[in-house]
Design a protein around this ligand. Structure first.
Ligand code: APR
Length: 250
């Protein structure tokens, strides 16, 4: 990506007050967290149907928890990168700002983002299979697998959305509401293959927003995006931020 590709986006930002950002696992790649479908992606190493479906959990909760415990280990050792930090800075830059993420790693919050919409849940949260209560636990590794509910002793499951499961309706409605209420949506680090998340940029575009894709590789969204920044989020977003600040200073 060359710097002057940022100029039309800077011009757009000049007349934009309502910004939304949708992120996927690509934004955490530079923090050392594997993506799902990339070269060494999780779905290249593991079979989703054996680890990330309600049926898999029913069949072998111990195996599923071993995998989530392993992922919590990787995520627990990771640090947010400049891509996360730039997005956190934007929440105080634009009069209306929304962050919607598919990521369950919680790195946006660790970078300072307040209240991102977590479409697919959060790996640090667990849900009681009997009471439905959600608790947060950051123990790495987990002291016992599968973990048990502190109040009723029933088994806990990761508070994440598995394949074949519906997203939380309130969370989803909130995300589509924000998408339809922005003038500009940055789509960062997602293959734009998994719905309903992948429909959010289309909903934003239908409501008149401009779409900027940030991704080193092409995706199905690239054709319909207004602007494409072919670069890594941890390099491209801070560069854009510096140019925004330089422009304001000038
Ligand atoms: N910066 C920006 N984008 C990157 C970077 C980077 N440094 N590295 C990789 N990418 C891009 C890849 O080119 C790819 O398009 O990030 C995307 C990651 O795509 P996926 O691995 O498919 O991850 P994601 O889109 O988040 O997956 C969506 O699928 O498996 C489910 O629930 C899971 O939330 C996940 C959903």
């Amino acid at each position: 990506m060359v710097e002057n590709e940022l100029d039309p986006i800077l011009a757009l930002l000049d007349r934009t007050t309502r910004v939304a950002v949708l992120t996927g696992s690509g934004i955490s790649a530079e923090s050392g967290i594997p993506t799902f479908r990339g070269e060494h992606g999780l779905w290249k190493q593991f079979r989703a149907e054996e680890l990330a479906t309600p049926e898999a959990f029913e069949r072998d909760p111990g195996l599923v928890w071993e995998w989530y415990d392993w992922r919590r280990g990787i995520i627990g050792r990771a640090e947010p990168n400049d891509g996360h930090r730039t997005i956190a800075a934007w929440q105080d830059t634009f009069s209306s700002f929304s962050l919607i993420t598919q990521n369950i790693d919680g790195l946006h919050q660790r970078a300072g983002s307040r209240g991102p919409i977590e479409l697919h849940g959060n790996i640090w949260k667990m849900r009681c299979l009997r009471e439905g209560t959600v608790t947060e636990c950051r123990d790495v590794p987990l002291p016992s697998l599968p973990p048990r509910c502190p109040t009723c002793g029933a088994m806990l499951r990761p508070h994440v959305v598995w394949f074949g499961e519906a997203l939380d309706q309130d969370v989803l409605e909130g995300a589509f509401h924000r998408a339809a209420a922005c003038d500009l949506m940055f789509v960062v680090g997602t293959s734009a293959l998994v719905h309903p998340a992948a429909s959010l940029p289309l909903a934003a575009a239908q409501a008149g927003a401009k779409i900027v894709e940030v991704n080193p590789d092409p995706t199905p969204l690239s054709r319909s995006a207004d602007f494409v920044l072919r670069g890594k989020a941890g390099q491209t977003l801070p560069l854009l931020q510096r140019k925004i600040i330089d422009k304001w200073k000038s």
